[in-house]
Write a protein that binds this ligand. Structure first.
Ligand code: FEO
Length: 394
C-alpha cells in the first residue's frame, strides 16, 4: 500500500510518481513526472485534482491510506487535461455522491466531452465552504488550457495552482527546500518554456488576480511544492511571462561538412569575447525542448543551417517549427541567421525567413558562405556580432 504524505495539518499529497516517463508532448522529461493531487480532511472530505489514468491504482492506494475513497464529498478539478483528470472516472465510481467542481463553462464542457460526467461549474469569485476551510476559485484560462483554474485555501495559505509553477520532476521529497534548488528551478524553467510560454499575457492576468494573497505554500500539480522559495518562483514567473531577456546568447546549428559549424563557433566565440553568456548547440546532439530552456531568457538567438536539397536541414526546421509554436514574444530578442551552401544559399535564407516570421529583430541580413569560410570571413563574422552586441547595449 503506497503512502500519502501530510503536507499541512489534514492536507495530504496523494499523487503519482512517474519516475521513468521521458516525454510529455514531445518535451523530454529527463527527471520523470509527478501527478500531484491533494486530499483535504475537513467536514467535507475534499480532493483537489486526480492523476493520469495509468496511475489510478497508485492514487487510490494513497487516498485509502487516509480515508475510504467512498467518503470523498467534493472533487475540485482545476484542469481537465488527462494528466490530472484521468482518474476522475474511478473516483466518480468509488464516490458517486461526491460533487465535482470545474471551471465554467470550459471545464464543465471538457469533462462532459472526455468522460460523460456532469459536474458543477464555478467561476472566479465563487467559493465553497468545506467545514473549517473555504475554497476560493480563480479561473486562469490558457495556463495551460481554456479550463484552467487555481484553488485558494486562505485558512492554510495554500494555493493549489495546478500546471502553474509546476516542474516535470519526480522526486521522493515533496518540498522545494528538501531538493536541490538549482535543479528545481531548472525544471521549473524548462516546464515554463515548453508548456506555459505561449501564454505570457494570461500568466500576467493570473498573477494579478493572485496578488495580495498571503501565500504560505504553492502546491502545483507537477513537481515539488513551493514553501521556502515562493518569492523566487513568483519573481521568475514575472520575468518569464513578460519575456524579459538577459545578456545571454544561444547559437543553434546543424552542419554536414562543418562549414556552418565553423560559422557557429565563430559567432559563439564573438559573444563570449564580448562577455555575453553563450551556449553552442548542435541539433544533432541536443533535444529541441532543451534548447527552449536556454532560449527562455536569451537576448540573442543565432540559428544556422547549410542547404540540403534546396532546403534548410530538417533538424533546423524542426527546431524553428517547435519554437514558433511556443510563440515567444521575440520583439526584444535579436536574431541572426547564418549558414553555408554549395551552389545556392536556400537553406540559410529559409532560416532567415522563419526567424523574421517569428518576429525576431534581425539587425543584419543572413550571413552566408559558399563552401568553406576562410579566416577573412570568420573575422568578418566576429566583427558583425561585435557590432550587433554594441548596438544592442547602446
Ligand atoms: Fe499538467 Fe495541462 O496538464
Amino acid at each position: 500500500m503506497l503512502n500519502a504524505i501530510e503536507i499541512a495539518p489534514k492536507v495530504w499529497w496523494v499523487g503519482g510518481l512517474d519516475w521513468n516517463e521521458r516525454q510529455f508532448h514531445g518535451y523530454t522529461t529527463e527527471r520523470g513526472i509527478t501527478y500531484n493531487a491533494y486530499l483535504i480532511m475537513d467536514e467535507k472530505v475534499t480532493l483537489i485534482d486526480t492523476a493520469k489514468a495509468t496511475f489510478t491504482d497508485e492514487f487510490v492506494q494513497r487516498i485509502s491510506q487516509v480515508v475510504d475513497p467512498a467518503k470523498i464529498d467534493v472533487v475540485v478539478t482545476n484542469h481537465v487535461e488527462m494528466d490530472h483528470s484521468g482518474s476522475l472516472p474511478k473516483i466518480h465510481e468509488l464516490a458517486p455522491s461526491a460533487t465535482i467542481y470545474a471551471s465554467a463553462p470550459a471545464g464543465v464542457n471538457e469533462i462532459r466531452a472526455h468522460y460523460g460526467i456532469e459536474v458543477e461549474g464555478v467561476k472566479t469569485g465563487d467559493s465553497l465552504s468545506i467545514g473549517e476551510r473555504t475554497l476560493h476559485f480563480v479561473q486562469t484560462p490558457m495556463v495551460h488550457w481554456p479550463d484552467n483554474m487555481v484553488t485558494w485555501c486562505p485558512e492554510d495559505g495554500i494555493l493549489f495552482s495546478n500546471d502553474a509553477f509546476g516542474q516535470h520532476f519526480a522526486t521522493s521529497k515533496r518540498f522545494d527546500d528538501e531538493n536541490d534548488l538549482a535543479e528545481v528551478m531548472k525544471q521549473a524553467k524548462k516546464y515554463y518554456a515548453n508548456i506555459v510560454w505561449p501564454y505570457g499575457a494570461q500568466v500576467q492576468k493570473a498573477m494579478g488576480a493572485l496578488a495580495g494573497l498571503d501565500i504560505k505554500m504553492i502546491a502545483p500539480s507537477h513537481g515539488v511544492i513551493w514553501r521556502s522559495n515562493i518569492p523566487a518562483i513568483l519573481e521568475k514567473y514575472q520575468a518569464w511571462s513578460t519575456y524579459q531577456t538577459e545578456d545571454k546568447a544561444v547559437v543553434v546549428f546543424d552542419s554536414m561538412w562543418h562549414s556552418t559549424e565553423l560559422m557557429a563557433r565563430e559567432i559563439c566565440d564573438a559573444f563570449i569575447k564580448e562577455g555575453v553568456t553563450a551556449q553552442l548547440i548542435d541539433l544533432k546532439h541536443t533535444h529541441i525542448s532543451d534548447i527552449m530552456l536556454y532560449m527562455c531568457d536569451a537576448r540573442y538567438v543565432a540559428v544556422g543551417s547549410p542547404t540540403l536539397n534546396s532546403n534548410m536541414m530538417p533538424t533546423v526546421a524542426s527546431f524553428l517549427t517547435y519554437m514558433r509554436g511556443l510563440s515567444p514574444n521575440n520583439s526584444q530578442r535579436i536574431g541572426i541567421a547564418f549558414g553555408s551552401y554549395g551552389w545556392a544559399p536556400l537553406g540559410p535564407k529559409q532560416v532567415e525567413q522563419a526567424m523574421q516570421d517569428a518576429k525576431f529583430e534581425m539587425p543584419v541580413p543572413v550571413i552566408t558562405q559558399q563552401w568553406i569560410p576562410g579566416e577573412e570571413k570568420l573575422t568578418e563574422i566576429q566583427d558583425t556580432v561585435k557590432k550587433i552586441i554594441e548596438d544592442t547595449r547602446a
